[in-house]
Write a protein that binds this ligand. Structure first.
Ligand code: WTA
Length: 632
């Protein structure tokens, strides 16, 4: 039998201990949270040994994700609201029941089949937060197609590179996306992407008509509504092996090329399903609102799969926190009696900035639990969230995890764990974190270092799409037989974990992971740029901002401004990679072996000019003096 939700810390500790000491038995029982068309005989088959590395969960079992999110609930919950949709404009909203959603998903499953999509094919989704996005995701899982969602803020070039890498057969988009009162031309972006080389794998584009704006259809294009009108509604869920690929989600690495993180079916769904119920203390009448976009892992796990597989109502919001006014979040909470509200520190900081006035137009009395994800939350923002938004009544669960982990790993259990503002507290069941120093030596008790995870867990990524070697190198080669997170962490004397941020060259801008090397590669491609170095620096709202040091080519006579370079980067990556500061300079600090000393550049960008640390390996120390002067 799966364990019950821990009501006390001693119950948590006992169940946690058992999950670590007897993982096979523990996960064998937890697997029963899902509906399997063919039961598994073994839960866990994992090893991180370099010569025998493999991660397999429930490997001989079969199940289907859409069956677990929909069909399974039809006997009891067919009329229950599955999704509440709130449009960018407050006058636009609708909802769909589990029964209706099941029907739409089945129809779209048949649409996919009619276009020749079969099990294992990749389908790229470039969509706004609309109900159809959920329908399309679930329909892919229903027939065994592998979805790859590309966040709508990515540029045509970034979309094209993701299509190329995954060799997708189909792209699903909408004519436009509406955000903050503006229309974003998603379909035009798709057309541009498909005009770029390497995208010939795409045979069709399905367009959802989000608005009445005029849309030009190309040869490969079909309207969603035309296809749906002709589709049959009977589409049995395809039995999938637990280890069959479920989705690919591209995320930033630290080597310049996005990584296609690959998740599989059974383990991912179990992890999303279990963490959701236990961490947020979900009840049968909960209304859960996670503000993340489905283009990110948080949207996958806690807008769609974790929520619907528990038969819980999920809110999908198309807009932005400050449109039409800064009270929008709170208005929506009152409108739907939202019980659980899960958002990002960057949104909280921007609302703190907007003054507290916007909190006066709502009661927020329906709220029971608050959650935070995506970056470290500073204690002041945590307290504001707890005291003003939740009126001191609602626990704040600060949940630490990553695209690669599939679901939450370090977190409080709402209503059970005693909280400390700014700490993600303790590991979830089955998760064995450790803190190591730079020599790989484990730090016992209190101390800080790099965070690793020792045991395998069901929801973890299985590979990087078509690049298993990079997967092993990135996550399993830094520390012996452990998963390397790339995050720094401090464990205090009471055993609480405090995530301190990335220790690699990934920066976290408004909760979005950005690879500095990817931006550098784009900058270096500019005809006037000789060299660049990109680092993060502390930013009041975004958490981290993007600081680019740029050396221009003296041979090129055209005048290049910071804003030109910003446009260049935004066109090639997307708005999330906007440069906050461009620093033109003549030299970068390099070691004698020619490596840029990024540590120094980070300090300077953050306004620190005195404590630069060891600079004895610098080839030319005067470079530092020049940079300092330029900053002043
Ligand atoms: C950071 C988002 C501190 C961390 C789910 C991680 C956090 C990266 C927290 C993953 C948190 C996420 N406290 N830092 N509660 N949650 N992070 O892949 O640096 O978009 O490595 O997944 O966000 O970002 P990703």
């Amino acid at each position: 039998m799966p364990i019950a939700r821990a009501q006390t810390m001693s119950a948590y500790k006992e169940a946690y201990k058992n999950s670590i000491e007897n993982p096979e038995e523990f996960w064998f029982e937890e697997g029963k949270r899902l509906r399997w068309s063919k039961p598994y005989s073994v839960a866990r088959d994992c090893s991180y040994a370099p010569n025998n590395h493999h991660i397999q969960w429930f490997a001989d079992g079969e199940l289907n994700v859409s069956d677990n999110c929909l069909d399974r609930h039809l006997d009891n919950l067919a009329h229950k609201t599955a999704i509440i949709w709130e449009g960018d404009n407050p006058t636009e909203s609708k909802s769909i029941s589990f029964g209706e959603l099941h029907q739409q998903v089945s129809k779209f499953g048949n649409v996919l089949k009619s276009l020749g999509i079969i099990k294992g094919d990749r389908v790229v989704l470039y969509l706004p937060m609309i109900i159809e996005a959920a329908i399309v995701m679930l329909a892919c899982t229903r027939i065994g197609a592998v979805h790859s969602i590309v966040f709508g803020g990515f540029s045509p070039a970034a979309l094209a590179s993701r299509i190329q890498d995954s060799q997708a057969k189909l792209v699903i988009t909408s004519n436009v996306s509406r955000r903050g009162g503006k229309a974003i031309p998603l379909k035009d972006n798709v057309d541009q992407a498909l005009s770029l080389p390497g995208t010939d794998s795409v045979k069709n584009v399905i367009t959802i008509q989000r608005t009445q704006e005029k849309t030009t259809l190309q040869e490969k294009d079909v309207w969603y509504h035309d296809l749906m009108a002709a589709a049959e509604s009977d589409c049995p869920a395809e039995p999938m092996n637990a280890e069959d690929p479920l989705f690919i989600l591209y995320t930033s690495g630290s080597t310049g090329k996005p990584k296609g993180v690959l998740h599989t079916t059974g383990g991912y769904l179990l992890h999303a399903n279990m963490t959701f119920e236990h961490i947020f203390a979900i009840e049968s009448d909960s209304v859960f609102w996670c503000t993340a976009d489905i283009g990110w892992i948080t949207g996958h796990s806690y807008v769609i799969y974790g929520v619907l597989s528990n038969g819980c109502t999920t809110v999908m919001f198309e807009g932005v926190p400050t449109y039409p006014q800064a009270d929008r979040f709170w208005q929506v909470i009152d409108k739907y009696n939202v019980t659980h509200f899960y958002t990002a520190p960057t949104a909280i900081r921007s609302l703190i900035r907007a003054g507290d006035e916007h909190l006066r137009t709502s009661s927020r009395d329906s709220l029971k639990v608050l959650g935070s994800v995506g970056e470290p939350i500073d204690p002041a923002s945590w307290r504001w969230f707890h005291k003003l938004v939740g009126k001191g009544r609602c626990p704040v669960v600060d949940t630490w995890w990553q695209t690669e982990t599939g679901g939450i790993l370090i977190t409080p259990l709402a209503e059970t764990t005693p909280l400390k503002p700014g700490s993600a507290t303790f590991p979830f069941y089955g998760i064995e974190p450790a803190i190591v120093d730079s020599n790989g030596q484990e730090i016992e008790n209190e101390g800080s270092g790099n965070l690793i995870i020792k045991q395998a867990w069901p929801g973890q990524a299985r590979s990087l799409y078509k690049d298993h070697i990079r997967f092993l190198e990135t996550y399993f080669s830094t520390y012996k037989e452990s998963y390397y997170t790339g995050d720094g962490c401090y464990r205090d004397g009471d055993g609480y974990y405090w995530i301190t941020g990335r220790v690699d060259d990934v920066i976290n801008v408004s909760g979005h992971r950005i690879d500095t090397a990817e931006i550098e590669a784009v900058l270096n491609d500019h005809p006037s740029v000789v060299e660049s170095a990109v680092v993060g620096f502390p930013h009041d709202i975004k958490g981290q901002g993007i600081y680019a040091y740029v050396i221009l080519d003296p041979q090129v006579n055209t005048v290049v401004t910071a804003s030109d370079l910003n446009t260049w980067v935004r066109q090639r990556i997307g708005v999330i990679a906007s440069l906050d500061k461009v620093h033109f300079t003549a030299n970068l600090p390099k070691t004698r072996s020619g490596k840029v000393m990024r540590r120094i550049l980070r300090k300077l960008a953050g306004g620190e000019t005195d404590n630069l640390g060891d600079i004895s390996t610098l080839l030319d120390p005067t470079v530092i003096e020049d940079l300092k002067k330029e900053i002043q």
